[in-house]
Design a protein around this ligand. Structure first.
Ligand code: HEM
Length: 274
């Protein structure tokens, strides 16, 4: 990815120097160059091509139909989008994330680790906890401060193999991101382009916490052992035939972040009134 980013950047810079590229188009051009790179790789290599194509996946409990990709034997990521997502850029989606043999796993909605919205997920008892993160270097990502919101529609942790888990979730404001307080780090995914560049990771070491409570926004992870970037081509037919309104209706607004101190906040308010 470093290579793709750098080559794309050089081409964009060359156009900029020649004054051929308005600033507004820079990120669009970067995405186009990246997508072209992946498309080229796909053309040259049939096994990689199959990674781009979605695998239809219907959740047996909710009936939600996802386009899914399996970039690794142990990670499956699926998307259901608003019906007009190929003509109007979608701001949200219903996601499916299944990870096996992983203490934690994650998705980058922009492909790379840096300056993209990152979603970290891991099992905690019978729940799957999630946290949005942000990285400006290759160290532990901080909590994302933008307005993305994840609510779980369902989750499963395998009772005999707790490193196998999955979630179905609604992800609002997840296709555009800006880390508040940091300039020049905004980014977006255009569903209209019909092609997303996404990233995945798997951590094989147990997660940790600094204190007693198990809060996903405070969880500490080490460097993932496995990671990669994949292209996800959207199938317009599947998107148009989706039952988006019915499926988002299944969302009851359940945020599952573990013990993040709600009780403490209530107590503070109560003490404040006294
Ligand atoms: C302590 C925590 C972390 C460290 C030290 C770390 C470090 C790194 C390093 C060194 C790479 C480059 C690997 C290579 O090119 O061979 C990388 C790539 C990557 N990381 Fe992380 N990472 C951490 C956490 C995360 C998390 C939480 C996510 C997502 C939820 C993530 C997503 C990615 C992705 C998608 C890549 C591949 C794309 C790229 O190279 O930018 N990382 N990480």
């Amino acid at each position: 990815m470093w290579f793709v980013d750098n080559v794309s950047m050089r081409i964009v810079d060359a156009f900029r120097v020649l004054n051929l590229l308005p600033t507004k188009l820079v990120s669009l051009t970067m995405r186009f160059l990246k997508a072209s790179f992946f498309a080229l790789v796909a053309l040259l290599s049939t096994p990689i091509l199959s990674q781009f194509e979605h695998i239809p996946l219907t959740d047996p409990t909710t009936g939600i139909v996802f386009q899914s990709w399996k970039p690794s034997e142990h990670v499956t990521f699926g998307l259901a989008l608003p019906r007009d997502a190929l003509s109007v850029d979608a701001g949200e989606f219903i996601g499916y994330l299944s990870c096996t043999s992983s203490k934690w796993c994650g998705i980058s909605l922009g492909g790379g680790m840096l300056s993209s919205l990152l979603l970290l997920a891991y099992p905690s008892g019978s729940q799957v906890l999630t946290s949005f993160r942000w990285a400006t270097d290759y160290t532990l990502p901080v909590v994302y401060t933008g307005d993305a919101k994840l609510t779980q529609i369902s989750s499963k942790v395998n009772s005999t193999a707790e490193d196998d888990y999955e979630i179905i979730f609604r992800c609002k404001n997840c296709l555009k991101w800006v880390q508040k307080g940091e300039e020049g780090t905004a980014g977006a995914v255009s569903t209209r382009e019909g092609f997303l560049v996404l990233g995945w990771v798997r951590g094989l070491q147990e997660v940790g916490y600094e204190g007693e409570r198990k809060c996903a926004d405070e969880v500490l992870v080490g460097q993932h052992e496995k990671q990669g970037i994949f292209g996800a081509e959207l199938d317009g037919g599947v998107v148009k035939e989706g039952k988006w309104e019915e499926w988002v209706g299944l969302d009851e607004g359940r945020e599952v972040k573990g013990d993040c101190g709600e009780i403490k906040i209530c107590r503070k308010r109560y003490e404040g009134r006294d």
